[in-house]
Design a protein around this ligand. Structure first.
Ligand code: ARG
Length: 389
């Protein structure tokens, strides 16, 4: 499908040596200024940007362009069901930070801003990559994640997803408590200082203990989770400028914990134990013991966040909001790129309206991209190819 003003971008690997693409810069600026008439005419701005790119290989976004670009990137994120509120994204311009200490303290501030009182969507945008220059990054996939430790009997204590990463940073000298919910330190890498590890202060980590509205024994499972999901390793791409460090957060959808993090067999894998405690018949699949345990686990998650006063949505409500978003965007004359496999919730799919239709699968920019190297660092805490920087 071709939409005027949009280009169907392939998710090609980013070349950190390439200068900013003037065509992409122009696309972005025209759109940004059209969507925000108060910014004035775009032509004079285009002339400046063209000259900046010709002279330096890149250009600097104004604070308004940065803010709107980040919001557009969220709007274009085809895997996110929570985009109804894209306009409300709070954009913190952190482009001047250079040292690991500065970056760390601004990341802590990010968590405070995002999670104090109600949870609000926030992005902190650090310095853009200069073509051919090394840049600062955070290795962690999220600002808050739980360690995973493989024990002698081969099982994993904690989050198995972070087992490899945890092993690597223990090699850097980090010592975890060896418990199921140990918050990992931040691994901040800067060109001048290399890799530095930082523990998050407790006050920056809001957590919710998980209990069940009807089953007091549920709390004994000892489950807990952090309130703020803050993706830290995706590159924000705006108008040909790349921001490799631009952590962002929204609030959780219950199923992210209840139907994935706690339920997946390769994550906390809690369904067998919950089913056993519920006294369900696990001798055959057709008793649907997994499904029944899954529902109770998800009730527990939603109940606990509500009790703790921490914002979280359920998949029914969020799906309806997404339908509203689709209507809003249609009215504005914009397509809504969406990936069905991510938009549809991982439980009770057909009970939600988002299940019963197809979507445009477009790759529009601005957007967020997960580069292969960033994904490898977050998974294994080690570069796959040591001489490649
Ligand atoms: N699914 C991820 C997690 O469980 C978080 C992804 C972002 N989620 C969000 N609600 N913004 O941690």
């Amino acid at each position: 499908m071709f939409v005027p003003g949009y280009r169907d971008h392939p998710t090609e690997p980013w070349d950190p040596h390439a200068p900013a693409d003037p065509g992409e810069a122009e696309d972005f600026l025209r759109r940004c200024y059209t969507e925000n008439p108060r910014l004035g005419p775009v032509e004079p701005r285009l002339a400046i940007v063209r000259a900046q790119i010709a002279a330096t290989g890149t250009y600097m976004h104004t604070p308004d362009e940065l803010a709107h670009g980040a919001r557009m990137a969220w709007r274009n994120s085809s895997r996110c069901v929570g985009r109804l509120y894209w306009r409300s994204l709070m954009v913190l311009d952190r482009r001047r930070a250079r040292t690991a200490d500065e970056i760390y303290s601004l990341l802590v501030q990010h968590l405070h801003t995002a999670g104090n009182g109600t949870i609000r969507p926030v992005i902190s945008v650090f310095a853009p990559a200069q073509p051919g220059q090394p840049y600062a990054r955070v290795w962690n996939e999220q600002l808050i994640r739980y360690a995973g430790y493989r024990t002698e009997d081969g099982r994993v204590v904690g989050d198995p997803r972070l087992e490899s990463f945890t092993r690597s940073i223990r090699g850097f000298g980090w010592q975890g408590k060896g418990e199921a919910f140990d918050v990992l330190p931040l691994v901040i890498e800067t060109p001048a200082e290399g890799i530095r590890l930082y523990e998050l202060p407790e006050r920056a980590i809001r957590e919710v203990p998980i209990g069940h509205p009807d089953h007091p024994w549920f709390a004994e499972l000892g489950l807990r989770w952090h309130a703020v999901p803050a993706i830290a390793n995706m590159r924000l791409s705006i108008g040909g400028v790349h921001y490799p460090l631009a952590p962002f957060n929204g609030w959780y959808l219950g199923t992210e914990l209840g139907a994935r993090n706690f339920a997946d067999a390769d994550r906390y894998d809690m369904l067998p134990e919950i089913a056993a405690r519920l006294g369900l018949d696990r001798s055959r699949e057709s008793t649907l013991w997994r499904d029944r345990a899954l529902v109770e686990l998800n009730r527990a998650v939603l109940h606990s966040f509500e009790q703790a006063g921490v914002k979280m949505s359920d998949h029914h409500t969020e799906s309806r909001r997404f339908m509203t978003h689709l209507r809003n965007e249609e009215k504005a004359g914009r397509p809504v790129p969406a990936d069905w496999t991510w938009i549809v919730p991982p439980m009770s799919a057909s009970l939600t309206p988002v299940f019963h239709r197809y979507y445009d699968e477009l790759d529009l920019r601005p957007n967020f991209y997960l580069d292969t190297e960033a994904a490898t660092l977050a998974r294994d805490g080690i570069r796959s190819c040591p001489h490649h920087r």
